[in-house]
Every structure is written in C-alpha cells, then in structure tokens.
Design a protein around this ligand. Structure first.
Ligand SMILES: [Zn+2]
Length: 88
C-alpha cells in the first residue's frame, strides 16, 4: 500500500514558488510633472502613460511619445535629474 503523502509534499514544493510571485525591483519613480518627450504637462492631453525603462519609471503624455522615447532612450533619460548611478 502506497501513501499519497510523498506526492502531496512534492506538489507543495512545486506549487509554492509559483504561487509566490517574485517581487520585481521597484523602479525609480518619475520625478517630473511633464512628458519626458514633448514637455507637455502630464494629464493635459489625457491620461498620462507610464512605462518602465532601465529600472526607471518614465511618464509621457501619450502612447506616441513612448515610440519616440524608445527610438532614443538615452537622449530622453538624460533629461531626468540626477540619475542615482553608482559612481566609483
Ligand atoms: Zn505625448
């Protein structure tokens, strides 16, 4: 007669990590009140769109600006004040 206990233990071991969602690193909040691409005040063109790039939150006034941002992310990321990059 076989016990089902080992199977239950196995199941628990398999299911536990899946049930516990891995917390992603929290992105750095967007510090500006304006669209990083157009410079428009956020909310002036409707609901602002927020995306995460390079571990930073980026807010733009519309989806079109995300496309523009993604063409030259480095250019727009420079607009953000004091990137807390590790300095040697
Ligand atoms: Zn826009």
């Amino acid at each position: 007669m076989r016990s089902i206990l080992p199977f239950l233990v196995l199941f628990a071991g398999v299911l536990a990590p899946a049930a516990e969602a891995t917390p992603e690193a929290k992105p750095i909040p967007y510090p500006l009140k304006t669209c990083i691409v157009s410079g428009e005040e956020l909310g002036s063109m409707g609901k602002p769109v927020t995306v995460v790039r390079e571990g930073r939150e980026i807010a733009v006034c519309c989806k079109g600006c995300i496309k523009t941002f993604d063409k030259e992310p480095a250019k727009y990321l420079k607009k953000l004040p004091s990137t807390p990059a590790a300095k040697p």
